[in-house]
Design a binder for this molecule. Structure first.
Ligand code: NDP
Length: 316
């Protein structure tokens, strides 16, 4: 039987190219996407064979949709051998927060809370899989880490004392620290939450389940549609800047191969690790386990984030 991986946000960018790379490795890919027609077209455009993928509906910006997805997945009878939390939104230009059906700010909901609920529910499915090397991987990013060049540009992520989550995270609250709405910071905050979630999953469940939990920064994939909500001029200049000035540029194809390696290759079987290929891409550049930012390695914060997130998604 083929092994099965669920990939969120597989309809474009890193997720799409990871789906392609996983299909090439002989896996069956469940593409968990909010737009089914777009996902099918995307799968065809990169040549993922029909019998190597299934598209299933998932809107991470709605907690009901996450629960519905899990129940549809279970009804399909597939086993879950790997899960990739990849989908994200980045809305740098909006002035007012968007909201999920529950009333939570949408960037944090899509990138963190939706994935948090998905991971918690699907841990059960992963436990039931007979596959010997199950892995749960969550996309990180360099912008989560002010200790690195790519993470120094303001606004920097800052979860504060999670005041916004403690207070219920509904209007007028829009940020995890309870402060003024800042869409770029909301994205970076959500990515810090992704890394904290991975580390807390590892702490809670690695020993008892044997599942490998990890995260990674695949490089600056400057041509993905992640930047589609930015100024058109930015979208034009950013890839060139990353290619010729910072040297951080990585093609979508290569980013997908890197993520797929972390999901399936033997050398990446290390739970709790955050993988990077560095900020400047070198020919034949090797991956290494990188130290995450001070906030993202704060164990106490990870635990509090877990408890508050459980309440917000209705698990506690
Ligand atoms: P894209 O915008 O190309 O892809 C994002 C994917 O997420 C799309 O498939 C999109 O679906 C999906 N998505 C968005 N909202 C939802 C939702 N509510 N429910 C389900 N799916 C949703 O971005 P990238 O490929 O660049 O980013 C993928 C991941 O990589 C993110 O986690 C990002 O933080 C990370 N990353 C990206 C880097 C980069 O340089 N691009 C660098 C480091 C990390 P749809 O097609 O319907 O819009």
């Amino acid at each position: 039987r083929k092994s099965t991986v669920v990939i969120t946000g597989a309809s474009s960018g890193v997720g799409l190219y990871t789906a392609k790379a996983m299909a090439n490795k002989g896996w069956h890919v469940v593409m968990a996407c909010r737009n089914l027609a777009k996902a099918e077209e995307a799968a065809q455009s990169v040549g993922i064979p029909r019998d190597s993928h299934t598209i299933m509906h998932l809107d991470l910006g709605s907690l009901d949709s996450v629960r519905q997805f899990v129940s549809n997945f279970r009804a399909s009878g597939k086993t879950l051998d790997a899960l990739l939390c990849n989908a994200a939104i980045y809305m740098p230009l909006i002035k007012e927060p968007l909201r999920s059906p529950e009333g939570y700010e949408l960037t944090m909901t899509t990138n963190h809370l939706g994935h948090f609920l998905l991971c918690n529910l699907m841990l059960e499915d992963m436990k039931n899989s007979p596959y010997r090397d199950r892995r749960l991987v969550i996309l990180g990013t360099v912008t989560h880490n002010p200790d690195e060049l790519g993470g120094k540009i303001p606004p920097r992520p800052d979860l504060g004392n999670l005041e916004g989550f403690s207070a219920g995270f509904k209007a007028p609250i829009s940020m995890i620290d309870g402060k003024k709405f800042e869409p770029v910071k909301a994205y970076k905050d959500s990515k810090v939450c992704n890394v904290l979630t991975m580390r807390e999953l590892h702490r809670r469940y690695h020993d008892s389940t044997g599942i490998t939990f990890s995260s990674l920064y695949p490089g600056c994939v400057a041509e993905t549609p992640l930047f589609r909500n930015h100024y058109p001029l930015f979208q034009k200049i950013f890839p060139l800047f990353q290619k010729y000035i910072t040297g951080g540029y990585v093609s979508q194809e290569l980013s997908g191969e890197r993520v797929a390696a972390v999901i399936a290759d033997p050398e990446y079987k290390q739970s709790g690790a955050y993988w990077s290929w560095g900020n400047r891409q070198k020919k034949e550049g090797k991956s290494f386990v990188q130290r995450v930012s001070p906030q993202a390695r704060d164990d106490e914060k990870a635990e509090r984030l877990w408890d508050l997130s459980e309440k917000l998604v209705g698990l506690a």
